[in-house]
Ligand binder design. Structure first.
Ligand SMILES: [Fe+2]
Ligand SMILES: [Fe+2]
Length: 280
């Protein structure tokens, strides 16, 4: 009887809060992937590569920050979601390591960037307390969730990805959307400090956006063939400016006192994409 109640509790929670968090292990092969895998566009391709370079270390940090406090989570359903969150992020780290190997193979000098990311992250673990570390994860999960939802919703964007890499970005986007509230709910249950949540978001916004911009610009200007493709750069900047305009209001919602990630309803979207990518 007790087991049945727990099972029902778990099912109810999955429907109301974190629907269907499933750990999947897709395989990828980037051997034939062209350098400019986003519609032959250097800037857009390098921007996605820059994001990918930050993912393996960043996502391991997310897992670390949630693990720090998971024994303080009382709700069984949230405990189960934490396990699924950890599983999904571990798979993302692994898959993006494979993608980053591709970037190294095609001649982008990515190893110093990866080393730097690892060094910076270790420093954060040393100097920040558990609340601040988890607040960083919540802030970055908000970024990944809103960017992921935008990618899934805009065919004119995701249809431009080379088929060998589209599955990586769409799978990752789907799972970011599925688990977008997990770290947030852990933070709420364990710390519930709104001032720190918002303050950390301000800092994360500056550092994340400047880091990604810096890495993208570096990849573009060190790319002899790609850096002078001005027409392509212009098209990329137009796409990015449309994205920024659309994402600004949803980004700002994070600063509302009653904010919760599920206020941006993505149930129909994740149902649709689960069917497209995994037929479940
Ligand atoms: Fe992820
Ligand atoms: Fe995530």
């Amino acid at each position: 009887m007790q087991n049945t109640i727990e099972k029902l509790d778990l099912q109810a929670a999955h429907h109301t809060r974190h629907p269907h968090i499933t750990v999947r292990r897709p395989e990828f092969n980037f051997n034939q992937l062209p350098k400019y895998y986003f519609n032959d566009n250097p800037l857009m391709s390098h921007l996605l590569t820059a994001l990918s370079l930050t993912f393996p270390t960043g996502e391991r940090f997310f897992v670390h920050s949630v693990r720090n406090v998971r024994d303080q989570v009382k709700s069984k359903s949230l405990q189960a979601d934490v396990s699924a969150f950890i599983g999904q992020e571990a798979m993302h780290s692994h898959a993006h390591e494979g993608f980053n190997d591709f970037a190294q193979r095609i001649g982008l000098n990515v190893q110093p960037v990866l080393d730097n990311e690892a060094k910076n992250t270790e420093r954060l673990k040393e100097i920040l307390n558990h609340k601040q570390q988890l607040a960083i994860t919540c802030a970055l999960e908000h970024f990944t969730a809103i960017i992921a939802q935008y990618l899934l919703e805009h065919e004119e964007l995701h249809s431009q990805l080379h088929p060998d890499v589209a599955q990586l970005w769409l799978w990752h986007a789907l799972e970011e959307t599925e688990h977008k509230a997990v770290a947030f709910d852990v933070y709420k249950e364990v710390f519930n400090d709104e001032a720190v949540r918002k303050q950390i978001m301000r800092i994360v916004t500056t550092s994340f956006l400047s880091r990604i911009s810096f890495l993208t610009i570096k990849l573009v200007i060190t790319d002899k063939k790609g850096r002078t493709q001005w027409k392509q750069h212009w098209q990329a900047l137009q796409k990015l400016s449309d994205a920024v305009k659309a994402l600004l209001p949803v980004y700002l919602d994070y600063y509302k006192t009653d904010f919760h990630p599920n206020q941006h309803d993505s149930t129909a979207l994740t149902d649709e994409w689960r069917g497209v990518l995994f037929a479940n």
